[in-house]
Write a protein that binds this ligand. Structure first.
Ligand SMILES: [Fe+2]
Length: 249
């Protein structure tokens, strides 16, 4: 069993295209998507068309917090900066597809998929934000507590945009493939903090089960990130423009 995992595309069509080309070049046909597909000032509509081709029934995709915000949006005027540009580009078929996504699901009986944690879509599973805004590895006992009730040996999550592999004491692996389309951002929740990968590449993961064990390859793919940075700047989103140009905020 071999497949690719993508997450946190955030409307970056150029990054998604580069990742999918890389997936194809490896001979991999199956892709799971851990959510936060469209929100951001980039190309939500083109991204949606591509993702609907990839997973028309939404059976290998889970819903992220930003996907939920798009569905809950009372109207574009009230939307936050990440949702407004995206919602303006999405057609009703795209929103119908989003509305079918589950917050978590099991893929091929063997892999547990969620956007953030099994319990919540706005909590980093593998990272912890300290009161002064430092983002570090979450203590193992806290990570394991959130994995209670998950029986699959491979668990995939996204949300923090940080590629990371954590092994639980019983041998299970939790893998965050990183973000396809947004390498850096800052956030006020739970306190102000920055996520900075420090590069401009599109991140994803290849998972392969050989015998009874999983191997994980974290891949980082170059693409024309400056075209996306210029688009963000054109839409007045200077924070996104800097993040896409540098991997920093
Ligand atoms: Fe998220």
């Amino acid at each position: 069993m071999r497949f690719a995992a993508i997450a946190d595309i955030h409307g970056n069509h150029a990054a998604l295209k580069a990742v999918l080309d890389d997936v194809t070049s490896l001979g991999i046909r199956n892709v799971v998507n851990l959510g936060d597909c469209f929100s951001g000032p980039l190309e939500a509509g083109k991204t949606a068309d591509l993702l609907l081709l990839l997973d028309p029934e939404g059976t290998a995709t889970v819903r992220g917090n930003h996907d939920r915000y798009l569905l809950e949006a009372p109207g574009a005027a009230k939307l936050g900066p990440w949702e407004g540009d995206a919602l303006a580009q999405l057609a009703s078929r795209h929103l119908q597809w989003l509305s079918r996504l589950l917050p978590s699901r099991v893929y091929r009986d063997e892999v547990f998929l969620c956007h953030a944690t099994p319990q919540a879509d706005e909590v980093y599973w593998l990272e912890k934000v300290s009161e002064d805004g430092h983002v570090g590895l979450r203590p193992l006992e806290e990570i394991e507590a959130m994995a209670a009730g998950v029986s699959q040996g491979l668990i995939l999550c996204g949300h923090s945009h940080v590629p990371r592999i954590v092994q639980l004491s019983d041998g299970r692996l939790i893998v965050n493939p990183g973000s396809v389309g947004c390498p850096a951002y800052d956030d006020d929740h739970p306190v102000f903090h920055r996520i900075e990968n420090g590069h401009t590449l599109a991140s994803y993961a290849v998972l392969e089960k050989v015998g009874t064990v999983w191997s994980v390859q974290l891949r980082n793919i170059p693409y024309d990130h400056m075209s996306m940075s210029r688009l963000a700047a054109k839409r007045g989103k200077d924070d996104w423009a800097l993040a896409l140009a540098t991997g920093r905020v």
